[in-house]
Design a protein around this ligand. Sequence first.
Ligand SMILES: Nc1nc2c(ncn2[C@@H]2O[C@H](COP(=O)(O)OP(=O)(O)OP(=O)(O)O)[C@@H](O)[C@H]2O)c(=O)[nH]1
Ligand SMILES: [Mg+2]
Length: 258
Amino acid sequence: MSDKLPVSVTVMLPTWNEEKAVGLTIDDIPRDWCDELEIMIVDGNSTDKTREIALAKGARVHIEPRKGYGRAYRSGFDVAKGDIIVTMDADCTYPAEVVPDLVKKLLDEDLQFITCDRLTKAEDGSMSGLHGFGNWVLSFTARMLFWYGVKDSQSGMWVFRKSIFDNPKMRPTNDGMPLSQEMKILARKVIGKQKAIEVSVPYRTRVGEAVIHTWGDGWKNLRFLYFKRVGLHRTRSPWGALSDNPDSLNGDIPEQQK
Ligand SMILES: Nc1nc2c(ncn2[C@@H]2O[C@H](COP(=O)(O)OP(=O)(O)OP(=O)(O)O)[C@@H](O)[C@H]2O)c(=O)[nH]1
Ligand SMILES: [Mg+2]
């Protein structure tokens, strides 16, 4: 990309004990292609070297001590500095190299939200048989219940304008893994199919151990879909970060004191 894109971008990675992969994931993110690039982890109180590695790589570290993948994002989205937010797991599964092209697509086509489908281009071995099957069941159920036409309901890579959250209806409510499908359901409903689209990207084998509980998380995802469909899902904690969440921008991450 010759000219820098005239935007500020936050690439956000939720982390929980990802010391084997977080450094590699950060290294893979292209630099110098937009006006301002913030790379930040939203860490769920990791007990390994995740935060130390992220700081050494120059990333912003925000600690969200409350548990949950969704909780991490519901705080991270609130404190991100970029006008555009890109999300990925910190486990080397998503293609960081396509981030500039996806942001360019968002701008060129005047889109609001892109979700990245992994199922079409997943590399061999990237999804175990059980995970692949679970993904298919959840994606199929979501399509039937919401008729929203998204192929991969569980993808954790999205590219969107932070301003979508100015509309409170676009703010996801779930603190766990179901936030992923909730983001796409809300985007299609609130923003619409013209401006909230799905594109296919490669998906790779995970580095480091997963924290996901295949059956437990699968069940919670499925239950969420039915509850959401009939409007019975509940919000357990409010939108946004706690004012005393440690953040490396304030210098109060324990690893910064070392
Ligand atoms: N802050 C925070 N991050 C979390 C939490 N649970 C998971 N994560 C992170 O969220 C991302 C997604 O979790 P994964 O374990 O990769 O889940 P998954 O992608 O469904 O499972 P795999 O296909 O095995 O990678 C990873 O970067 C995790 O480190 C949590 O409670 N808090
Ligand atoms: Mg993952």
